[in-house]
Ligand binder design. Structure first.
Ligand code: C2E
Ligand code: MG
Ligand code: MG
Ligand code: MG
Length: 291
């Protein structure tokens, strides 16, 4: 594309822009309009109580239905949004959709808590806490119905460790969850210093549990670690019964994965909730539900 470009008689070489880079460039320039045009949406994946199978919350996962590229996975545009300085806008957009849904469920007497992923980059934004508080206020959702999922990168980030941002978020009444746990570099002492409520065992370990002793051992260690630190523990990527049974036996508190449900658009999530036997008990933890 740009190769062989000649200027002033002197041929200067530019590497050919490969398909991959071209796509990235395009996605980057289109991100803003894609939000405005609602090409970017969210789906919700249920998280259930291991012992009772009651739904305890849903994780909000962003989706981009691109007119030319089809469904672009978040792994292809989250990092990109970070690089071009638009991750704050994307986070606000996702948080707004999540809390809007949460409000709608509350209006139906369903106090279903929502989890939203927070890029480590967002924690450096000085107005983050105000924006989260503002979003909760806008929708009239109590902080107790929101969980923010953070990645382990934050514990090695000095600016985050030295700031009060996590404590300030916590003071809004929400829960903080450490996502993809086991893939990063956090030490026990670092974990204890942060106001984290929950660990999510990375799905790379969970996916291998039914066939690999060592993955299973890692999962067991994380469950014990979490409980010893007084934290709750969630396993993500639970795809089969063998894994579910192992995690149940280990005492893992909550399960998330294709075995329970794939991430669903809001209308299908509502149908899923209704179709489940024990939908009453499914939201029994909610003080808002009239039984
Ligand atoms: P994550 O937060 O760890 O989310 C879990 C991912 O595992 C999701 O992928 C989900 O669809 C997938 N998953 C759930 N159950 C299973 C299972 O049983 N088997 C397998 N193989 N996969 C399962 P997804 O939606 O592609 O998201 C990938 C990552 O992108 C997320 O990982 C999260 O780090 C990031 N992400 C998604 N939405 C957002 C967002 O709104 N903001 C930010 N900052 N990051 C997001
Ligand atoms: Mg997550
Ligand atoms: Mg994860
Ligand atoms: Mg992940």
């Amino acid at each position: 594309l740009l190769a062989g470009h000649a200027s002033g008689g002197v041929a200067s070489y530019h590497p050919v822009l490969d398909q991959q880079s071209l796509r990235r460039l395009q996605l980057g320039t289109e991100l803003e309009s894609a939000m405005a045009e609602k090409q970017i949406t969210v789906v919700f994946q249920p998280i259930v109580d291991t012992r009772t199978s009651d739904i305890v919350s849903v994780e909000t996962l962003v989706r981009w239905a691109h007119p030319r590229y089809g469904n672009v996975p978040p792994d292809d545009f989250i990092g990109l949004a970070e690089q071009i300085g638009r991750i704050g806008a994307l986070t606000d957009y996702v948080l707004d959709l999540a809390l809007e849904r949460c409000r709608k469920w509350l209006d139906q007497d369903i106090g279903l808590s929502v989890a939203v992923n927070l890029s480590a980059r967002c924690l450096a934004e000085s107005d983050l806490v105000d924006r989260v508080r503002g979003a909760l206020r806008k929708h009239g959702v109590p902080g107790s119905l929101l969980t923010l999922e953070l990645t382990e990168g934050i514990v090695v980030d000095d600016s985050v460790r030295n700031s009060t941002v996590l404590a300030d978020l916590h003071s809004l009444g929400l829960r903080l969850s450490m996502d993809d746990f086991g893939t990063g570099y956090s030490s026990l002492s670092q974990l204890r210093q942060l106001p984290i409520d929950e660990l999510k065992i990375d799905k790379s370990f969970v996916l291998g549990m039914s066939t690999s002793q060592s993955e299973s051992f890692i999962a067991r260690s994380i469950v014990e670690l979490a409980h010893n630190l007084g934290l709750r523990v969630v396993a993500e990527g639970v795809e089969d019964e063998v894994t579910r049974d192992l995690l149940t036996e280990m005492g893992c508190d909550k399960l998330q994965g294709f075995l329970v449900s794939r991430p669903l658009p809001d209308d299908r999530l509502e149908a899923w909730l209704l179709a489940r036997t024990g939908v009453r008990s499914a939201v029994a933890g909610s003080p808002h539900r009239r039984l």
